[in-house]
Design a protein around this ligand. Structure first.
Ligand SMILES: CC(C)(COP(=O)(O)OP(=O)(O)OC[C@H]1O[C@@H](n2cnc3c(N)ncnc32)[C@H](O)[C@@H]1OP(=O)(O)O)[C@@H](O)C(=O)NCCC(=O)NCCS
Length: 148
């Protein structure tokens, strides 16, 4: 897809906080189990170099939180402002994150899509991802709200 949007891709910075959280809320990415402020706090303490935003004229219009655990790369909080979706920005910020992971030595990227978010499977397929026959299991070690 041709992309003529002037979106600048860069690392997340502290002053982006409220806009990024607003973007995630607008895109339906926040849940009762995930405190976005805590998620950002943990990410910036751990690997801020892999947390990206897209900015147009001072406004945060896209985000992508990548991670590399030494074995696999991961993608979280991929979002494009609803009014700008379908213009190639999601694919662009994903390519940016993939390049950063590759440069870190990461050989493969995994990501999780909520079962209810079926449209995302089409998006990720379009940009080269495949569905693997795995079940994701998890165990919560502490609850953000309970630990306040
Ligand atoms: C997922 C998301 C980031 C995609 O961003 P986007 O900027 O709209 O996507 P792009 O314009 O870069 O699309 C890239 C390709 O995927 C396709 N695509 C995008 N969204 C799609 C959808 N919902 N269904 C099917 N195909 C889709 C586009 O048509 C395009 O294909 P093309 O290159 O053949 O034209 C955006 O829809 C979003 O923020 N959604 C809400 C948040 C979310 O659910 N995030 C993912 C959590 S797992």
């Amino acid at each position: 897809m041709l992309n003529s949007r002037p979106m600048e891709l860069r690392r997340y910075q502290t002053s982006d906080l409220d806009q990024v959280v607003a973007l995630w809320k607008e895109c339906g990415l926040t849940t009762a189990a995930n405190n976005p402020y805590r998620d950002i706090q943990r990410k910036t303490a751990d690997s801020p170099e892999l947390f990206f935003v897209g900015e147009e004229q001072g406004k945060i219009v896209a985000s992508c939180m990548a991670g590399f655990d030494g074995h696999r790369g991961w993608i979280y909080y991929l979002a494009v402002a609803p009014s700008l979706q379908g213009k190639g920005l999601g694919a662009r910020i994903m390519r940016h994150a993939e390049k950063a992971l590759l440069d870190s030595g990461c050989p493969k990227i995994d990501l999780m899509v909520r079962k209810t978010n079926t449209q995302m499977l089409d998006f990720y397929s379009k940009i080269g991802y495949q569905s693997d026959p795995v079940v994701v299991m998890s165990k919560r070690l502490y609850d953000d709200e309970a630990s306040d």
